[in-house]
Write a protein that binds this ligand. Structure first.
Ligand code: FE2
Ligand code: FE2
Length: 269
């Protein structure tokens, strides 16, 4: 997992996962080097990943004070419990519902939880972070945030896009992709991750972008997109056009059977 400090206050821990037929999904976690260090999401839980070791390239895990979990999907919680052990002062910034969802698998100790709802702020020493619900999401507990000092937006799954290759997915510049390709990839991801956009009222849907339009962050950091600098207006236009989008439909059993048949050795077993 490459670790890159893209700004004095932000490190990106890049990872990716190949999704057959879709592409290489970036799976980022971030460190916000605030007065009180903040880790944003904790990566994949695959057995060959060592989140703590990767994190240690950006910050001493023992110094981490906040773990902002944008939502408890498994591509965001990989290193969560290991980090809680390594960072005795850290609290998990999350929501009441997310705590409930996590209790189905492994409960968080409630004295290690700090609940923040959209619209509320968290003081991290030298700045405040203001929580918001990103306009697109796949989990009802999703909470992204703005760094009120620098304006940087951490958007969780929103703005994600499959990339054509692992090295692009683990890169740190979404502008590596031509604008039209990025637009198509973001709409594909919207159809995968937020299939409900098919049914939204276009005007009401666009209203949910107002906060992002007003704040106009210069840098958007999505879990599933290389860092996106200076292209926020374009990305908002892309996702703002997603109302009515047809949901992604994966291969069915007939397609799977055909695929498996293709793997059989010549002459059969
Ligand atoms: Fe998700
Ligand atoms: Fe995700």
């Amino acid at each position: 997992m490459p670790v890159q400090r893209i700004r004095p206050e932000v490190s990106v821990l890049s990872d990716s996962l190949e999704v057959p037929g879709i592409g290489h999904m970036p799976v980022n976690a971030f460190v916000l080097h605030a007065g009180q260090p903040v880790v944003v999401d904790t990566g994949l839980g695959l057995s060959d990943r060592d989140f703590l070791q990767t994190l240690a390239q950006a910050v001493d895990p023992a110094d981490v004070r906040w773990i902002w979990l944008t939502h408890p999907d498994r591509d965001h919680t990989g290193g969560l419990h290991a980090l809680l052990e390594a960072a005795p002062e850290a609290k998990v910034v999350t929501t009441f519902l997310a705590v409930g969802i996590m209790s189905c698998e492994r409960s968080l100790p409630l004295d290690r939880v700090h609940l923040v709802n959209p619209g509320q702020s968290l003081d991290v020493g030298d700045r405040t972070l203001t929580a918001f619900r990103p306009p697109l999401f796949d989990n009802p507990t999703t909470v992204g945030f703005f760094d009120d000092l620098t304006g940087v937006c951490f958007s969780s799954d929103c703005f994600g896009a499959p990339m054509p290759a692992a090295d692009v997915a683990e890169g740190t510049d979404a502008r590596a992709l031509p604008a039209e390709d990025l637009r198509a990839a973001q709409l594909l991801w919207a159809s995968v991750d937020s299939p409900w956009v098919e049914n939204v009222d276009p005007k009401r849907f666009l209203d949910t972008f107002h906060l992002l339009r007003d704040r106009a962050p210069e840098l958007v950091l999505s879990t599933h997109l290389p860092a996106a600098e200076g292209i926020t207006a374009r990305m908002l236009d892309t996702l703002g056009s997603a109302a009515g989008l047809r949901p992604f439909v994966g291969p069915d059993q007939a397609a799977l059977a055909q695929m498996l048949a293709g793997f059989e050795p010549p002459g059969g077993p």
